[in-house]
Write a new protein. Structure first.
Length: 83
């Protein structure tokens, strides 16, 4: 039986527990969004259904997800490693 869809949030290229300052990472990685926050909507079958742009802060990402949820979508939010 398939589960319910849910949101995953993660920092691109960083594990949840890593606290490296972004300015120390500047220039070391090819991606201009390394260390920024992203989200993806995962279906009940575990496959990604949708994803969003990069956000510089977790607060901005949560605000965007709240806007999506306000449209009537009810689902869980789970933070995962971005690697």
């Amino acid at each position: 039986m398939a589960g319910e869809p849910y949101f995953q949030i993660y920092r691109e290229g960083l594990k949840v527990a890593e606290q490296a300052p972004l300015n120390a990472l500047a220039g070391l990685f090819a991606s201009s969004t390394h260390g920024q926050w992203r989200w993806r909507l995962v279906g009940g079958n575990g496959e990604p259904m949708a994803h969003g742009e990069a956000y510089t802060t977790k607060a901005a990402l949560v605000q965007a997800l709240n806007s999506i949820v306000a449209l009537g979508l009810t689902t869980r939010v789970i933070e995962v490693d971005g690697r």
